[in-house]
Write a protein that binds this ligand. Structure first.
Ligand code: NAD
Length: 286
């Protein structure tokens, strides 16, 4: 069975769309799926928003990171520049509203594609980080986990005045920096065994770990509907939840500024910024 395809109601208007969403969600157990659009109001750019999709992005592939020392140098040299801004980002109204809905028992849990840990900082308790979190770094040889902030201090000690560079900050804590300057960057190994360090995030070309996927499916299965906030759903690891919901006839609700891959199967969609929509929605569901 398929849920009714999303057809915007011509006469409802924004307020009407919002009240309709609140009515749909009333008394339901909600599984949340969030993406980069949830954090743009915290100052972290998304990948496929109106502005960002115009800029070409070339994120490192897992294979290149593991095999190629030059690839790793490029990654860390840029990441050191991007980290301070990423660290300064604070949870916004969207994160806080979602945490409040969980505390009231409406939201069963958050499945997030974001790597910024802002849901947890906002007070959400049951959060599945599908793509990991930038806050931790792991050694590919001995498995030792180091806090990213600690590694930042070590990298800056090895590369003094690296932060003096001006660079545009990219969505994933990365920064735009190219050319010969990268060659001078000193990459560090694990503080225990000198093995290769990798941020604990899922790179392109790498799979989401099985226990993480299972934890996400548990949230989905315990819920009556799926609410997707701030995701284009272009990435399959998030889209799979919508696909199964569509197959099973579980209602899918969308809150997003731009178009998404699920517009045709959504039960209802509110077009707007996550902060405003979720704050209003939380009040309506009060
Ligand atoms: P995406 O960039 O593909 O899509 C973001 C969507 O959010 C767009 O459709 C955009 O129109 C919408 N949007 C932007 N601002 C919004 C707002 N204020 N309110 C509502 N909607 C808004 O992001 P995605 O679907 O999450 O996929 C991107 C991938 O990149 C993910 O896998 C994620 O791991 C990674 N990523 C993470 C972060 C982060 O941790 N904050 C940031 C960028 C990318």
């Amino acid at each position: 069975m398929h849920p009714a395809a999303f057809v915007p109601h011509p006469s409802l208007g924004w307020e009407g769309e919002l009240s309709a969403l609140a009515s749909h969600l009333e008394g339901k157990r909600i599984a949340l799926l969030t993406g980069a659009g949830c954090s743009t109001e915290s100052g972290i750019p998304d990948y496929r928003g109106e502005e960002t999709s115009r800029r070409a992005r070339n994120p490192i592939q897992f294979r290149d990171f593991v095999r190629d020392e030059g690839g790793r140098r490029r990654y860390w040299a840029r990441s050191v520049l991007g980290w301070p801004r990423f660290l300064r980002a604070e949870p916004n109204r969207a994160h806080l509203s979602l945490a409040a809905l969980e505390a009231r028992g409406l939201v069963r849990g958050v499945i997030t594609q974001n790597v910024d840990r802002l849901h947890t900082r906002a007070g959400s308790r049951r959060v599945v980080e599908l793509h990991g979190a930038l806050e931790e770094v792991t050694c590919l040889s001995c498995g030792h986990v180091e806090h990213r902030g600690h590694l930042q201090e070590r990298l800056l000690a090895a590369n003094p005045s690296w932060l003096d560079r001006e660079a545009e900050i990219a969505p994933d804590g990365d920064a735009e920096l190219e050319g010969d300057v990268l060659q001078s960057f000193r990459v560090l190994g694990c503080e225990r065994c000198d093995g290769v360090l990798k941020p604990r995030v899922v790179f392109f070309g790498e799979g989401v770990p099985r226990p993480t996927v299972d934890a996400a499916w548990s949230i989905y299965e315990e819920s009556d509907c799926l609410l997707v906030v701030g995701s284009s759903l272009a990435v399959f690891s998030g889209y799979r939840f919508v696909r199964r919901a569509a197959l099973e006839g579980k209602p899918v609700f969308l809150v997003n500024v731009g178009a998404t891959r699920a517009d045709a199967v959504a039960t209802h969609r509110v077009q707007g910024t996550a902060g405003e929509v979720l704050e209003r929605l939380t009040a309506l569901l009060g």
